[in-house]
Design a protein around this ligand. Structure first.
Ligand code: C2E
Ligand code: CA
Ligand code: CA
Ligand code: CA
Length: 279
């Protein structure tokens, strides 16, 4: 038993070494991705369930690796977070998204709010409100043209710094959304304590609204809480007309998902019709 244990250990340790090497390579390549211009933002439309109008979009990071092709964020965001690289990457994302938001809004494309994903690390390691203010200034982007998406875990780890940064951003006119709402260790009390404009209901709940009674009741309850707190709701991962109809019937204002559009490069979004009910 001892011997086979040793063998197992050797086997796993060899394996781990290989994946650790791979990770190290990815890490050093990621470090240079921005300067090599391998990063790109794609945008996924946000649609008003009232009238089908495109009212905004979410900026989603893409890494076009010369050898591996398109590396999805699920494969590199965690590495970026663990190594702290996310702070620089996140700053690149902020600047790029603000530049696009300024371009679209200045071009007279109907008011369009670009949502930007933020990592908790970006709050811890820098004066985020100051960074955002500088970027808005440099890119001639108005604060009301962007929304920052944060996750519930950020609010739970709060050390006072988060609340200060969020309050400052909010008073600048930037709106704040809670991403993946309902999947974290939700403590409903933070909804009242933090300055939050928007709840994004996670895709896992949206998937169940038609097939599952409890799923449907849960989404109705979230919509009702948001309504009484004056928060806007975005349903994410809407894939079917039935889901959209359910959400509209229960007072959800905005939807995002493959039913309307996948995330697409900037130029393709700009070329889309402004209204999704036009056919
Ligand atoms: P997220 O913020 O929850 O983004 C939504 C994800 O769901 C996106 O995946 C999007 O492509 C996908 N999605 C949208 N509609 C549908 C649908 O109808 N069905 C299905 N099955 N999926 C849908 P993506 O682009 O792969 O991004 C994954 C995650 O990576 C994001 O989840 C976000 O947490 C993270 N991420 C992406 N860009 C950034 C960034 O710039 N900064 C940070 N910190 N994280 C980012
Ligand atoms: Ca998001
Ligand atoms: Ca989300
Ligand atoms: Ca998600």
């Amino acid at each position: 038993a001892k011997r086979s244990g040793r063998n197992n250990f050797r086997y796993y340790s060899k394996d781990l070494t290989a994946s650790a090497k791979q990770r190290l390579t990815l890490e050093s390549e990621l470090r240079r991705a921005a300067e090599r211009m391998e990063l790109e933002l794609h945008y996924q439309p946000k649609v008003s369930l009232d009238d089908g109008a495109m009212v905004g979009s979410e900026a989603l990071l893409r890494w076009c690796h010369p050898r591996l092709g398109m590396v999805p964020p699920t494969q590199f965001i965690q590495i970026a977070e663990d190594t702290g690289l996310i702070v620089d990457l996140g700053q690149w994302v902020l600047r790029e998204a603000c530049r696009t938001a300024a371009k679209w809004n200045a071009a007279g494309m109907a008011p369009h709010k670009v949502a930007i994903n933020l990592s908790a690390r970006q709050f811890q390691s820098q004066n985020l409100a100051g960074v955002v203010a500088d970027i808005l200034n440099d890119t001639a982007c108005r604060p009301e043209w962007i929304e920052l998406e944060i996750t519930e875990s950020l609010l739970l780890d709060d050390n006072g710094k988060t609340l200060d940064a969020l309050s400052e951003l909010r008073s600048m006119g930037v709106s704040i959304a809670i991403d993946d709402f309902g999947t974290g260790y939700s403590a409903l009390s933070y909804l009242a304590r933090f300055p939050i404009d928007t709840l994004k209901i996670d895709r896992s709940f949206i998937q169940s609204v038609i097939t599952d009674h409890y799923g449907a009741e849960l989404v109705k309850a979230i919509l009702s809480i948001a309504r009484s707190l004056g928060q806007q709701v975005v349903a994410e991962g809407v894939e079917t007309i039935e889901q959209a109809a359910f959400l509209a019937a229960h007072g959800c204002q905005l939807a995002q998902g493959f039913l309307y559009s996948k995330p697409m490069p900037e130029a393709e979004i700009a070329a889309l019709p402004r209204n999704f009910s036009d056919g």
